[in-house]
Design a protein around this ligand. Sequence first.
Ligand SMILES: Nc1ncnc2c1ncn2[C@@H]1O[C@H](COP(=O)(O)OP(=O)(O)OP(=O)(O)O)[C@@H](O)[C@H]1O
Length: 312
Amino acid sequence: MSDATIEVRNLRKRFGRTLAVDGLSFTVEPGTVTGFVGPNGAGKSTTLRTVLGLDAPDEGEALIGGRPYAALRTPLLEVGALLDAAALHPSRRGRDHLRWMAHSHGLPAHRVDAVLEQVGMETAARRRAGGYSLGMRQRLGIAAALLGDPPVLLLDEPANGLDPEGIQWIRGLLRHLAAEGRAILVSSHLMSELEDTADHLVVIGRGRLIADTTVADLLAAASGDRVRLRTDSRAQAMELLAREGATVAVVDRDTLTVTGLPAQRIVELLTSAGVPFAEVGAHRAGLEEAYMELTRDAAEFTATTDADEVTP
Ligand SMILES: Nc1ncnc2c1ncn2[C@@H]1O[C@H](COP(=O)(O)OP(=O)(O)OP(=O)(O)O)[C@@H](O)[C@H]1O
């Protein structure tokens, strides 16, 4: 799968007064799941649409296997995409929809059964699409993307509407498809959806690149040299450790993270002061926490809470 890359170079796209994508560059390598993350309106869909030749960029370019979408000879065999899972005629059976797609692209009919099996829709696809749940439409959309067995996949929010079991399923599928050497770009506005899935992350906000990093590097940076501490006497522990110069943050009811003191010193201090504690160890940040750290300084990415909204 040597042609398995997506390259976005200096991409810029404006809609009237909205600069949807503002000089964005990144590459998706073969054999990886790259998460494409950013808050609603960040420019993810516009970028994906531009890669697929559905929006024309004002500046820059987007390439699949080194060529723009318009120059691909057999697009369905070179790139698979899930953009809008709802785009299905309600009276059409899912299987017929795929058979028509296969036929119009000169693909053998057995590919339809192969991809339906891959997404667990063998039976459901014989029913009319009008009765499908959102999760079933997502699965059928993924089946359509896989029909031409393409080396490159672009999936816009594929976990949308899936139940926890469906989310687990798609994680496994994406890992499997990447292990086959494909380049996979998967967008989400929720970092947590990419946990255990993405190897690499491209984070954007307001059309601009915020981070282009491996998940491992991002988590290591977010974990820092913090120590995680569990204690029933949270207030006492916080006061004691802060007095010793540590920075202490609350994680939940009985968990704290401590920066500025080694674990051994924390144990000594708590023990000699008689403050009970259960666990002391290196803190490992999750993806959601790493994302918050990454976007903390960018005020425009801060979610408005209900409390903010009712403040006069
Ligand atoms: N066809 C269009 N006409 C006008 N404005 C548009 C159009 N498409 C996108 N936009 C605007 O461009 C910006 C980026 O939108 P886009 O849909 O690419 O973001 P997104 O990151 O995919 O968001 P979401 O997570 O909500 O899908 C938004 O401000 C949006 O309103």
